[in-house]
Design a binder for this molecule. Structure first.
Ligand code: AMP
Length: 222
């Protein structure tokens, strides 16, 4: 099964993606994580993309689409992927459809995590990420056991520079102006499910699983 998880910055998308990939046995492909990793490794792509990340702007579509399409053609993605942070606009969604078609695959379902903008801003101010594996914590909703240290791999926790200042507003504006258009795109293909993301982490996970099951049953009935 190939899934897209859509949600604004701070919607809990990364946290839910981790839980879902282990529940469903699909590979987690997060475009933002791929860019940050490429920058840490000082690759040409990483250095080029980093200027956009710092400003909170989208990396140009040609760079992003090529990176993600080549990733989902790798063997560990053959049984299904959960795309997190991609696509972020209609042009990327169309390129994704075409790229998947070439390998006889398609997007099966799209999950939208709905969280109001005021709540997103509050959550982003408390968000910390681990250096080693990008595990996500929140000082208010999901704090680490030891301050500043990842529970899962012991690496240092840091606050992303684009979770602060003007970059946050730019990223949220892009989400609510551009990415939100994907709801119509996938809604018209009868692939969209909408989940209330303004609940605690386990409630959101349970809601996603139950809506996914209902979606599959509707699909099987045709
Ligand atoms: P994220 O971790 O998903 O919030 O992504 C961090 C940053 O990576 C974004 O603000 C963009 O600069 C870049 N990025 C991630 N995914 C995409 C995408 N699908 N299209 C363009 N830029 C992206």
């Amino acid at each position: 099964m190939n899934i897209i998880l859509i949600g604004a910055q701070g919607s809990g998308k990364g946290t839910q993606a981790e839980k879902l990939t282990s529940s469903l046995g699909v590979s987690h492909v997060a475009s933002g994580d791929m860019f940050r990793k490429a920058f840490d490794e000082k690759t040409e792509l990483g250095i080029k993309a980093n200027a956009y990340l710092d400003r909170g702007e989208l990396v140009p579509d040609d760079i992003t689409v090529a990176m993600v399409l080549s990733r989902i053609k790798e063997p560990d993605c053959a049984n299904g992927v959960l795309l997190d942070g991609f696509p972020r606009n209609i042009a990327q969604a169309q390129s994704l459809d075409e790229g998947l078609k070439e390998t006889g695959r398609q997007i099966d379902v799209v999950i939208y995590l709905d969280v109001p903008r005021e709540e997103l801003l509050k959550r982003l101010s408390g968000r910390f990420i681990c250096r080693a594996n990008q595990h996500v914590y929140n000082l208010y909703a999901n704090p680490p056991k030891v301050a500043g240290v990842c529970d899962l791999d012991g690496s240092e926790l840091y606050q992303r520079s684009d979770d602060r200042g003007e970059a946050v507003q730019i990223r949220l504006d892009i989400f609510f102006n551009e990415t939100i258009q994907l709801l119509d795109y996938y809604g018209s293909q009868q692939k969209l499910i909408e989940v209330n993301g303004n609940q605690d982490i386990d409630q959101v996970h349970t809601a996603i699983l139950s809506q996914l099951n209902a979606f599959k049953q509707r699909k099987n009935k045709g």
